[in-house]
Each structure stands twice: as C-alpha cells, then as structure tokens.
Design a binder for this molecule. Structure first.
Ligand code: NAP
Length: 330
C-alpha cells in the first residue's frame, strides 16, 4: 500500500542457511521472525514491525514428471509468482494460467490460497516445504495439513504463522482442461472466436482483463482485493435478494453462498471510486482499495474500517479482511 514504518531488523534469505541464521538471530534478540515475500498483500503499521523481517530471496524452479505423465513444478519461495506461471505456460503446461499476473512471490501463494478466475492454488499444490523457526527444521506438508480454505490456510493462523514456506510443488495435469466459466474470460474468448484455448491463450486473456480492470501496484499503492467475498448461509442470501433482487451469488462449499463484495460496494453502498483524502476504493474494482500517496497506514485502516461498517449497516454482513495487517493498529 506504500505506507508503514521500518523493520526493527531486516535481512534477505538466499539459501537455507540464511533462513536458519535469521531464525537464530531472532531467537537471540527475543523477537519474532517475520517472513516477507514482496509485500504485495500486507499493510504495515506506521510504527513499523518489531521483528526480524526476513525477505525470501531464494530462487529456482525444477520440473519432474509423474509415471502418469503429469508435470510437477517445484518453485523456491522467493521466485516471483508470475514468472513461474509464465514459464509453465511457455512450456505448454496447463494449470496455473488462470493465476496469471498476480503480484507476489511463490512463498505467499499457499498462505492465502490465492485464487482467480475459477482456479485456486490449492487445486494444484501437492506439497509445501516449510521451515519451523522453533525447531530449526525443514519439513514437508500435504495439502490437508495446509488446511486450505477460501483465501485461507493454516499459515494465516496460530502456530502456522511461525512457519516459513521455503518451496512449493504444483501438479500440472497432462489432461488439463481449460477453466473458462468466469464471465470476463468467456467474453474475451468469444470475442476472439476461440473455442479451444491453449494455456497461453488463457494467460493472454487474464493478463488483458486484469490490466484493464485492476490498479497496477507498480503505479499506485494497492494490495488488490482488500476484503474477502463473504460466504453466507442460503437463508441470509435469500433475504438479501429480497431487498436487492439483482444481487449475484455463487454456490460455495458447505451449502454457503459467495456474494461478490465488489457488487455490494458498488450497488448497495455506492462506494465505487469513493475517495477520502489519500485513500479510496478503486474506480473499476472497489474491492481494491488504493492509496494515492501522502497517506498513512492509519488512514488506510480507518478507510477500510469505514467500508466494513458501511457494508454491515446496509446488509448485516461484516466483511473479513483478505489483506494482512502487520504491526500495531490500536
Ligand atoms: P469478477 O469476475 O467481476 O467477479 C466478481 C466476484 O464474483 C469474484 O470475486 C468472484 O469470486 C465471483 N465470481 C464471478 N464469476 C464467478 C463464477 N463463475 N463462479 C464463482 N464465482 C464467481 O471479479 P474480478 O474482481 O474481476 O476478479 C476476477 C478474479 O480475480 C476473481 O477470481 C478474483 O478473486 C481474482 N482477484 C483476486 C484479487 C486478490 O487480491 N485476491 C485481486 C483481483 C482479482 P472469487 O473472488 O471467489 O473468484
């Protein structure tokens, strides 16, 4: 978001030995170890982070094949995510193309189980290697152990927060079928008269759509979606529909309904393009809050709390944050 204060200590990890050394340093100074990717999904408090911030700069990808002919790509945590997607697509491998152009590093991908256009990281991940800073040991976790949920995993909660993701393996199936049901993708492919898209065609579609719709973090302070889409019981959705008949809803796990928060912000709360000082809700995608410059972490937090409270007042739904706040915000 281009706000926030300094790290008490900051270092980069290029090797496994660097990670271990940082963990020992943090222990000696009685400070938490805070793993950082590229900072594209966090808001750091104005006071900064009272921790040893460890930027993951480990690089490298490796490819394997299963006996069934599926490809496995194993990527180091510090690899820029979109580079890995581009590399798999260039090799003609399908599976990650819907997740094109998402900012951030590989290590951050399992944390919030990133998802876009009908594909979630959890659909492709076969294992996650992590480093336990308490036990000073690496170990491998299955997807079940990662407890993936909607934009959620064990790495966001309790003891899971102390784990440092070091490598992630994704399975790219030989018989992969393109995922094209999201309206923007379907429309793009229809315009191109493309009924049999390759992974590269879908990557082109996602790239063009995202560039047209979303703020660019290289140009403005943004973390993409600031809130999760609410998952509500069917009965609550029916009630909402009675009041707002146009309100979209998509079936989600556990009999819940996923309601696009961007629609609520736009059509119920009138917040599309709303601006208060240095912070606002983006003109084309209000779920993305933007910092225009000159603001503080406190002002970002205040704006986001105002948004949540407004949604709650109008709909009874209190949106959950998707972004992670780092440091003190009281
Ligand atoms: P969109 O296509 O305008 O759709 C609005 C919302 O409705 C999305 O958030 C999506 O939920 C849901 N949705 C739409 N079509 C759906 C379908 N066929 N089945 C199930 N759910 C459907 O959304 P958008 O803002 O342009 O974003 C496109 C995709 O990129 C979405 O998947 C979005 O999550 C992802 N994205 C993520 C971030 C981030 O920072 N995490 C930022 C930008 C975009 P889902 O969000 O669950 O897909």
């Amino acid at each position: 978001m281009r706000v926030g204060g300094p790290a008490r200590f900051f270092t980069e990890a290029h090797t496994a030995a660097d990670i271990r050394e940082a963990a020992l340093f943090a222990r000696r100074h009685d400070l938490p170890l805070f793993p950082l990717g590229s900072g594209s999904n966090i808001v750091v408090s104005d006071e900064g982070v009272h921790a040893v911030v460890l930027r993951m700069a480990t690089r490298g990808t490796a490819y394997e094949q299963t006996p069934h002919g599926d490809a496995i790509v194993i990527a180091a945590a510090g690899e820029p995510w979109d580079g890995v997607v581009a590399e798999t697509v260039a090799r003609g491998l399908g599976g990650l193309e819907n997740l094109s152009l998402i900012p951030g590093t590989v290590g951050a991908v399992p944390v919030q189980n990133v998802g876009a256009y009908g594909v979630e990281a959890a659909d492709r991940i076969i294992w996650v290697e992590a480093f336990d800073a308490e036990r000073l040991a690496h170990f491998v976790m299955t997807p079940e152990e990662c407890a993936f949920g909607y934009r959620d995993s064990i790495f966001k909660r309790g003891g899971g927060k102390n784990l440092i993701i070091t490598r992630v393996a994704f399975r790219l199936r030989k018989d992969h079928a393109p995922v094209t049901e999201y309206a923007d993708i379907a429309r793009y492919l229809a315009d191109m008269k493309n009924s049999n898209p390759s992974p590269a065609d879908i990557r082109d579609a996602v790239t063009a759509i995202r560039r047209a719709k979303l703020p660019d973090p290289n140009e403005i302070g943004t973390v993409g979606s600031f809130f999760k889409n609410p998952l509500i019981p069917q009965a609550a959705y029916e009630e909402l529909k009675e009041r707002f008949p146009e309100c979209p809803g998509f079936p989600a796990d556990g009999g819940l309904v996923k309601v696009p928060l961007a629609w609520i912000l736009d059509h119920i709360c009138g917040m599309r393009g709303l601006k208060d000082g240095a912070v606002g809700a983006h003109e084309r995608q209000p779920l993305a809050l933007v910092h225009y410059g000159g603001g503080t972490a406190r002002s970002v937090r205040a704006f986001s709390e105002m948004v949540r409270n407004k949604v709650h007042e109008k709909t009874g739904i209190m949106p959950e944050y998707e972004v992670s706040f780092v440091g003190r915000f009281d």
